[in-house]
Write a protein that binds this ligand. Sequence first.
Ligand code: NAI
Length: 246
Amino acid sequence: MRLKGKVAIITGGANGIGLAACERFAEEGAAVIMADFDEAAGKEQEVLFKEKGYEITFCQVNVVDRESVAQVAEKTIELYGKIDILINNAGITKDATLLKMEPEDFQRVLDVNLTGVFNCTQAVVPHMIAAGAGKIINTSSVSGVYGNFGQTNYAATKAAVIGMTKTWAKEFGRKGININAVAPGFTATAMVRKMPEKVIHQMESAVSLQRLGKPEDIANAYLFLASGESDYVHGHVLHVDGGIMM
Ligand code: NAI
């Protein structure tokens, strides 16, 4: 029960890595707000989790829309009176090589992966400052660290997330708020499954452990950074990638 009594908002919580994180956090005693755009998956998962006895509430959110984000923060405060943990996990890809990338696909990925993280953090931080404590974990990617073929937009946002993490660590450390990032490697979720099989095999063989990550591998890293065990880890980018590049 490493998160007993804690309240966590997990964006993109209805699928993939975020879904695994919702379950892992609830197992460890947290009350979880599963904040996601995907209402069908979110509502279905909420029912399944409640059957298991977990304290998980689905809230529909579009992280791009500041009003929608504000409503999730308000709902969380209404339900629990505080927000201890924010996992900025929601993200999308719209891949194409530079010359083929449509400007609207470039912009859309920036809106969700970058502005979305800004919006959610800005809505939650005042509650953490008032409490004098909090944990924020931003989801970067190996693509943001090393670049990746066909991911101009995505890699730009995931590198920017690292810049924001370090900036916020400097701004809010003195307020008792712990801020870190996780940079997952290629992880077996819908995001990767939509890639050609050949590319997936190439990804697997580039990994020292010779396998894709499981959503739980990343959820466990979120859990460490959300728990008291990481209280002196700050402004860090934790690579969880099976050893892609060292
Ligand atoms: P996923 O596609 O399985 O899940 C993403 C979730 O975000 C979905 O539930 C979706 O509905 C939600 N979402 C998308 N746009 C949203 C919006 N505007 N507002 C609210 N929710 C929205 O993806 P996955 O793989 O679980 O990715 C989670 C995070 O991990 C993302 O930030 C992704 O960039 C990152 N990541 C994933 C990797 C992978 O190989 N799967 C590798 C590195 C990073």
